[in-house]
Design a protein around this ligand. Structure first.
Ligand code: XMP
Length: 328
């Protein structure tokens, strides 16, 4: 089995032929390691877990059990895309867990960002462990660990286990087929495996999802408005010839005055503001703000103000530092 150190002789996977060679080699290794046993994998729909799942499906088919937890903080269309690509197109053994109420109930009234993150992280592990406990004969845990995770974990920056903190009775052996690859290589492999571009070239999305963009205590109505606005921003900025590294919106927990016209009669009301954010960065440690054409900003504004409850659109031009990329 491969160790945790990338051999100096390992060629960078930059094209389809190299990707196919890597896939063949991995499939053979995975079959040998897994035999006739079962593998469990938390499939978020992100690049790393999706490519890991696709590789494992190619190697061991339905011996891989994917668990997709919908925590209610995913972007518009994401759970549907995971089901379509993995269950319908790749024939995966996929368990879809609708845990929306469970997460949102736990988060109700919680406004501190780090507490929100902790609740989301803990709840995720609880849901995943509960699903794992229902299954029989699982021997392995698949993980989309990539090489920067290993390097960062060696440097003590972060723990590399994506699903760290599983209870000890779920004592699985790890299967990490892309752990020696850099992100760009994972994307080339994902394309060679036939995953859609919208998955392979997806912009980075934080684990706590829209939870850290629905600023303050999350409410379902504000979260829904955020999800709709986010879909508009992704679509419109996604049409630009060069897309920023990350682009999304946040919705703060404040209201401002707006006017609603019914039968020609204007009435004042309090509505939310949506904040558009787009950044360029290499490593997310610092970030700059790219120019967005004013026409694109206006198109987004016109669509966003039609979302129920929203009456104002702002553009965040803050760089990192002094601001962070996310609002929380
Ligand atoms: P900040 O806001 O710290 O974000 O400038 C830097 C990058 O990290 C992402 N981010 C997160 N990713 N869990 C994640 O998996 C988190 O809690 C989290 N917070 C921020 C953020 O989207 C940006 O790409």
């Amino acid at each position: 089995m491969q160790g945790n150190k990338r051999p100096e002789t390992m060629e960078r996977i930059t094209n389809e032929a190299l990707a196919q060679a890597f896939i063949e080699e991995q499939v053979a290794e995975l079959r040998e390691q897994i035999g006739d046993k079962k593998v469990l994998l938390a499939l978020s729909g992100g690049v790393d877990s999706s490519v890991t799942a696709a590789l494992l499906i190619k190697a061991v088919g339905r011996q891989l059990v994917c668990v997709h937890v919908n925590h209610g903080l995913l972007r518009k269309g994401e759970p549907e895309q995971v089901i379509k690509v993995f269950r319908e197109e790749l024939g995966a053994n996929l368990i879809y867990v609708d845990a929306v109420d469970r997460f949102l109930d736990k988060l109700a009234g919680v406004s501190d960002p780090e507490t929100k993150r902790k609740i989301i992280g803990k709840e995720f592990i609880d849901v995943f462990a509960e699903e794992a406990a229902k299954l029989e004969g699982i021997k392995f845990l698949g993980q989309g660990t990539i090489y920067p995770d290993i390097l960062e974990s060696e440097q003590g920056v972060k723990a590399h286990h994506n699903v760290g903190g599983l209870p000890p009775e779920l004592d699985f052996e790890l299967v990490e087929p892309v752990k020696l690859l850099y992100k760009d290589e994972v994307r080339v492999v994902g394309k060679a495996l036939g995953l859609p571009d919208s998955m392979v070239f997806r912009q980075p999305f934080p684990g706590p999802g829209l939870g850290v963009r629905c600023v303050g205590a999350i409410t379902r109505d504000r979260l829904e408005a955020l999800r709709e606005a986010d879909a508009i921003v992704r679509e419109e900025i996604g049409k630009l010839p060069e897309t920023p590294w990350q682009y999304f919106c946040a919705i703060p927990d404040i209201r401002s005055t707006g006017i609603k016209y019914t039968d020609g009669k204007g009435e004042r009301y309090m509505g939310w503001a949506v904040i558009i954010r787009a950044v360029n960065t290499v490593d997310a440690v610092t970030a700059t703000v790219p120019e967005i054409p004013f026409t694109t900003l206006c198109t987004m504004r016109d669509k966003i103000v039609k979302i129920p409850g929203v009456n104002r659109v702002l553009w965040d031009i803050s760089e990192k530092p002094v601001a962070t990329i996310e609002w929380e």
